[in-house]
Design a binder for this molecule. Structure first.
Ligand code: FAD
Length: 518
């Protein structure tokens, strides 16, 4: 049984009891990966309920260091979350709503601690947005029952995708496993249900009497970043300047992108030396921005209300945001991808290499392939990598080095500020050809050609691989190859760790063998 069904069953089993639950002393919204006050569906519902019952609204957030570990959350991502909590607390306080933040050491204690808190404050109704990872769906199913047994109603709602998972079915009634027809269905569904792009207001202010009732909760301090996730002072200074936290920053970034860049997105999105993309993935991952707001904002700048018409740049951008929905739909329908299994079972038999020296060279940006090394150094420095380069380095790891793609998937989660299980797994599955709607296994990126095509003057390489800054525009892509001028100083830049032509042949042979093909 799919975990989402387990949650649905728990809701159905408790429906009668929950229907009878009357408002008590307060309503709580449990924040998870939805750290914003604007356009937050469950928070809006919680506010409606609190208003209707005339009771205060309380925000709750549970910090679990073990949960950060389970999600392989990068220190920079944890740091971003904790900084966001400070902004959220301030924004909620302006509405006289407290944000109560508590730490639990074990992630399995989260439901128990929530229920204790609800009982302590006489809460009748708890609201939360749904997260689609297996553990989270199962946890929420347990929590629905625990709450119902204590006379508390937990409502878990869809919010993170524009179109809720499960809403789109192919002609044969199945979940789509190919993006293009899925996207056509996604667009048609939004056109048929325009309310999906309605933006939810921030919660209403607690009245002075309600504020007084929950006053002690305003004293709650936000804990420090757990020791093992703390950034060095130097990293913190650099990364805080690049990635300011909070929903206002998210909105400002979206507005600036839509004003200045979106019109040329279709032309510029593949050039890693330029800021041609929105850089909002960190906000979508932390929930400081909703996908709904992003699509709605872009659509409102188009000449048409259609998502697949009008300006090329806007159309292209909306279809990229839709990829995020696609991968979450895939996760809900095929939850086994959470269990380290390839989407396509026939790809389980590929004989991967576990060459540590190769893996280290890849992680450290020392492969001798400048475009790969530039990208890996970009992630090391700013915890983010351009999409084109994510595809290049993933293909290089899985195909040129034949390393198990799961090593790269894990490394990304542990280092990206925008690490998102579904999108990351989808991206790796695509590039390594083991995922849903993947690149065919015999299509193997040539890093040299990718570099010449997408970074023709080597601007991106020069920025991240300073050893090569004196190379001319030709040799910078392949500093020890045929086009290289022997006199140019390479400042110790490494020689290629594999020869692409040979590793390509090897990859084709190993993939074919794994798939049992001649
Ligand atoms: P824009 O180009 O401005 O796109 C806007 C938004 O659309 C993005 O913020 C993102 O939410 C969504 N989006 C765009 N492209 C994709 C895509 N291919 N798949 C899913 N969503 C997409 N994205 C993550 O958010 N987290 C990850 O952990 C992640 N890992 C990836 C790993 C690999 C190997 C690959 C190939 C892609 C991965 N992506 C991931 C997708 C994509 O690279 C990033 O979303 C994008 O680079 C973020 O930059 P942006 O916000 O400027 O994107």
């Amino acid at each position: 049984q799919r975990p989402i069904q387990t949650l649905r069953n728990a809701c159905e089993e408790t429906a009668e009891v929950r229907k009878e639950i009357r408002a008590k002393d307060a309503v709580v919204h449990w924040f998870k990966m939805d750290l914003r006050t604007g356009d937050n569906r469950a928070l809006w519902l919680a506010s409606q309920k609190a208003q209707e019952a005339g009771v205060p609204l309380i925000g709750l957030y549970i910090v679990s260091p073990e949960d950060f570990e389970a999600h392989l959350a990068a220190p920079v991502r944890v740091d971003f979350t904790m900084r966001t909590l400070h902004v959220l607390k301030r924004d909620l306080a302006a509405l006289d709503i407290p944000l109560y933040v508590e730490t639990v050491s074990k992630r399995r204690e989260i439901p128990e601690r929530i229920v204790e808190f609800l009982e302590e404050w006489g809460v009748g109704h708890l609201f939360a947005n749904m997260e689609y990872e297996v553990d989270e769906l199962r946890r929420e199913a347990r929590l629905v029952k625990m709450c119902a047994a204590r006379g508390i109603d937990l409502e878990v709602v869809h919010d993170t995708c524009v179109v809720p998972p499960g809403a789109l079915k192919s002609g044969s009634g199945k979940q789509y496993s190919v993006y293009s027809p899925w996207f056509r269905a996604w667009v048609a569904h939004v056109h048929a249900n325009p309310d999906l792009l309605n933006i939810y207001d921030p919660p209403a202010k607690n009245s002075p009497a309600q504020h007084a009732k929950v006053a002690p909760l305003f004293d709650c301090e936000i804990p420090d970043v757990p020791e093992n996730k703390r950034l060095s002072d130097e990293d913190a200074k650099r990364l805080h300047a690049i990635w300011p936290a909070g929903e206002h920053e998210a909105m400002a970034r979206l507005e600036k992108f839509c004003e200045e860049k979106i019109g040329q997105y279709h032309n510029r999105r593949n050039i890693p030396s330029e800021v041609g993309t929105s850089n909002i993935s960190v906000h979508l991952a932390a929930g400081t921005l909703s996908a709904r707001s992003a699509v709605r904002y872009a659509r409102d700048r188009n000449k048409t209300k259609k998502l697949d018409a009008g300006l090329e740049g806007i159309k292209a951008w909306i279809s990229e945001v839709a990829w995020r929905d696609f991968y979450k739909h895939v996760l809900v329908n095929w939850p086994y991808i959470c269990m380290n299994k390839p989407f396509k079972p026939e790809y389980s038999n590929i004989t991967w290499s576990y060459n540590n020296a190769h893996f280290e060279a890849w992680t450290e940006g020392r492969t001798g392939y400048p475009i790969v090394d530039a990208a890996m150094r970009q992630v090391k420095s700013i915890a983010w990598m351009h999409n084109r380069c994510r595809m290049i380095v993933a293909s290089f790891l899985a195909k040129d080095l034949l390393l198990d793609w799961r090593m790269g998937e894990k490394f990304f989660m542990e280092n990206l500020i925008d690490g998102d299980f579904a999108s990351n797994n989808g991206g790796w599955g695509f590039s390594a050809s083991v995922g849903v709607d993947p690149q065919p296994y015999f299509r193997i990126f040539n890093p040299l050609l990718q570099s010449e095509k997408f970074d023709p003057q080597g601007k991106y390489i020069r920025k991240w691989v300073p050893e090569l800054r004196d190379c001319d525009d030709k040799e910078i892509h392949d500093p020890y190859g045929r086009k290289a001028g022997s006199k140019v100083e390479k400042r110790g830049y490494p020689k290629p760790i594999v020869v692409h032509k040979e590793s390509r042949d090897r990859a084709l042979a190993v993939y074919k063998e794994g798939l049992g093909r001649d």
